[in-house]
Design a protein around this ligand. Structure first.
Ligand SMILES: *Cc1c(COP(=O)(O)O)cnc(C)c1O
Length: 371
């Protein structure tokens, strides 16, 4: 191991703070001075600006991506007796939303190349109880929303996008989140657009859905202390509105930088016996995920050399203890299983320097004896 051992973190959120700190400080102070802690003007301003950014009519700010998915399910009228299609290779929260409303998740396998929902498999698993489909724009890469739209129209399904990893990603030049009935975002700190804590939002063009979700997030309070239905405390915090508003100004630049880092990885990893992610227009590179049967050994090798990596995600949904009730065999969803066993997320964040990308790729090349 070399003397000047590099440390390459998986992400660097302090770097993002340094970019916005000077501009954000007065607005953070104003939040305290005016006690605008729950919802408030900064949240409203962020909702309007994010709606413009996405090209949708409404954005409803909430306290997490999971809450966003939950409210979208309720607004779409999904409930007991209904079923919802979603990929087996995703973060578990995609399935939580379906379970929260008492509906049944119908897991689908994913595409070998992209890791995104396999619509041919969705077609096979679709039955008359299925009311909705949740395409997940995993890793920052958009699902083919033309194909999803055509499939949903044919089967009469509601489309709810899980865009938690894809702020700014586009399908055919149109940002994700506005292609269906509702698009759900997470602003968990590590996402491409991240809060200083927990936050999320739902995008929609449906005025009725937006109004219902605004009410639901705030205890279903029509008039003050009059509660129209079962409500929730899913309000976005004022401070998160401030931070998200400032970071949104940089999102396109940061996504472009992610794209350049992905390009460097592509060049410097070329020729090695690992599968690199595909390059498509509109990809915002939330993660740069390579695949190899030697995943665990490569991860350990990189760790020993000061390079942090991640696994997104090592256990597919049909193997999760909480979903054992769905009754799937461990080896069903063969493509999802392969993704789970072989995926390795390399460091990826907009503050990453070229020399850090080089340090990562040199270490990977060393693993394959091509240093
Ligand atoms: C992060 C994430 C969520 C959940 O968002 P939270 O803000 O953590 O609740 C949902 N789906 C996917 C695909 C995610 O990556």
């Amino acid at each position: 191991m070399s003397e000047n051992r590099p440390h390459v973190p998986f992400m660097d959120l302090a770097w993002q703070w340094r970019v916005i700190a000077e501009a954000a400080r007065p607005d953070i102070e104003r939040t305290f001075e005016t006690s605008a802690f729950c919802l408030g003007p900064a949240v409203e301003a962020f909702e309007r600006r994010f709606a413009d950014y996405l090209g949708v009519a409404y954005v409803v700010g909430v306290n997490s991506g999971t809450s966003a998915l939950h409210l979208a399910m309720i607004a779409a009228g999904i409930g007991p007796g209904d079923a919802v299609l979603l990929p087996a290779h995703t973060f578990v929260a995609t399935a939580w939303a379906v379970l929260y409303v008492g509906a049944r998740p119908v897991l689908c396998d994913v595409d070998e190349d992209s890791g995104l929902i396999d619509l041919a498999d969705a077609e096979r698993r679709c039955d008359p109880t299925v009311k909705a489909i949740m395409p997940v724009h995993l890793y920052g890469r958009a699902v083919d929303m033309d194909a999803v739209g055509a499939f949903a129209a044919r089967r009469g399904l509601v489309v709810i996008e899980d865009a938690a990893q894809a702020q700014g990603a586009e399908w055919r030049g149109r940002r994700v989140g506005g292609h269906g009935y509702a698009g759900c975002f997470s602003f968990y700190p590590g996402k491409n657009l991240g809060a200083a804590g927990e936050a999320g939002a739902i995008a929609t063009n449906d005025a009725e859905a937006a109004a219902r979700m605004r009410s639901l997030r705030n205890h279903a309070q029509g008039a003050r202390y009059v509660h129209d239905e079962l409500g929730f405390n899913y309000r976005m915090e004022g401070l998160q509105g401030v931070v998200l508003g400032h970071k949104l100004r940089h999102l396109d630049d940061w996504n472009a930088r992610r794209g350049r880092i992905a390009g460097l990885y592509d060049e410097m990893l070329a020729g090695l016996p690992l599968v690199r992610p595909g390059r498509v227009p509109g990809h915002v590179w939330h993660l740069y995920v390579v695949r190899t049967p030697e995943r665990d050994a490569l991860k350990a090798w990189l760790h020993e050399r000061g390079i942090e990596t991640g696994l997104h995600y090592p256990v597919p949904l049909h193997r999760q203890p909480c979903l054992a009730g769905l009754g799937h065999g461990a080896d069903e969803f063969a493509v999802s299983v392969r993704w789970a066993e072989q995926c390795l997320s390399l460091p990826m964040h907009p503050g990453m320097a070229d020399v850090q990308v080089q340090a990562v790729t040199e270490a990977v090349r060393g693993f394959y004896g091509r240093g």
